[in-house]
Ligand binder design. Structure first.
Ligand code: UTP
Length: 307
């Protein structure tokens, strides 16, 4: 029986590729995966796993590369540390330390060489099996108050096939993303995708809709990925496999897009990473009041005329 995702096939699994080289963040990522960089006081990847769990996906497969130890350790128990906190009576921190190991059922698979996002997703084939599944990029953070994944799962359940997350970006930025050709589909935030291109030149971009790091995929994508040749940058591109599906839906159902208008941070990019920290710190109940006071006076003193 071949895998398929007719409308309504239940989705329980999330795949989180975290095996990239993280070159934009060197030297911090020389020995640490970029997904482990802290955003305020939690590693970026923990927000991503919390997002998957909130959307009802508690079976997580992480695709790891070199330096995978910190990732595995963070989501594992740390008995020595727990015992030390217990002895000190520091229950609040003990809860925080235990929370990351109790979040979800996390499995790991190794991507030998970082041969691209499409290749990383292909490493999940055996674990995923024949159900549709979500892919969340470990360095792409959505604000927890702007639920995107739940909406994408709804759309996949209604239409079957695969769903990509999209964001309207300035045309000058499109060369940093995958980009889609799309037509309205009735709902204000859903489009039918007829074509996808990875990191296009401005003249070749079919729209201003960029693909961001959330996908809900039909399992037949694995078959397509196996036949996908290396594309842009010599890497096996997920965008190219989705393009094959969009061009011929008999291969694995239609491709739809959900247009996200909420807050998103690319924590693999240094400037966006800093924005995420400032914004989330300002909004925290414990840190926010003091931090906002400091930030206000810093801006007034250092940038009295504006930046
Ligand atoms: P990026 O395009 O951000 O690449 O990958 P990168 O190598 O991690 O980072 P830079 O550009 O060199 O700074 C997008 C996502 O796909 C994962 C990354 O970990 C990231 O979550 N990825 C990429 C893999 O898991 N394996 C790969 O071979 C490539």
């Amino acid at each position: 029986m071949s895998a398929s995702s007719a409308p309504g096939s239940r989705i329980t699994k999330a795949v989180i590729p975290a095996a990239g080289l993280g070159t934009r963040f060197l030297p911090a990522t020389k020995a640490t995966p970029k997904e482990m960089l802290p955003v305020v006081d939690k590693p970026a990847i923990q927000y991503v796993i919390e997002e998957a769990v909130t959307a009802g996906l508690s079976d997580i497969l992480m695709i790891t590369g070199r330096n995978k130890r910190p990732l595995e350790d963070h989501f594992d128990r740390n008995y020595e540390l727990e015992e030390a906190l217990r002895r000190k009576g520091d229950d609040a921190r003990l809860d925080q330390v235990q929370a990351s190991s109790e979040l979800a059922n996390i499995h790991y698979v190794r991507q030998g060489d970082p041969r691209g996002l499409g290749h990383a997703v292909l490493c999940a084939e055996e674990h995923v099996g024949e159900q549709p599944f979500a892919v969340l990029l470990g360095d792409d953070m959505m604000d927890p108050r702007d639920p995107l994944l739940t909406r994408m799962i709804d759309v996949q359940q209604r239409h079957g096939g695969s769903v990509v997350a999209l964001m309207e970006v300035d045309r000058s930025q499109l060369h940093l993303y995958g980009c889609v050709a799309a037509a309205p589909n009735g709902d204000d935030d859903v489009v039918a995708v007829s074509g996808l291109v990875e990191k296009p030149r401005p003249a070749d971009a079919p729209s201003n809709l960029a693909i961001i790091g959330r996908y809900v995929l039909d399992p037949r994508i694995f078959e397509v990925l196996r036949k996908t040749d290396p594309g842009r940058g010599g890497e096996i591109q997920l965008t190219d496999a989705l393009q094959a599906l969009a061009a011929d839906p008999s291969l694995g159902g239609p491709v739809h897009g959900v247009v996200f208008r909420g807050r998103r941070y690319d924590t693999g990019d240094r400037a966006d990473y800093l924005r995420a920290i400032v914004r989330l710190a300002c909004e925290r109940e414990d840190l926010g009041p003091d931090f906002r006071t400091w930030l206000r006076s810093y801006v007034q003193q250092e940038m009295p005329q504006g930046v």
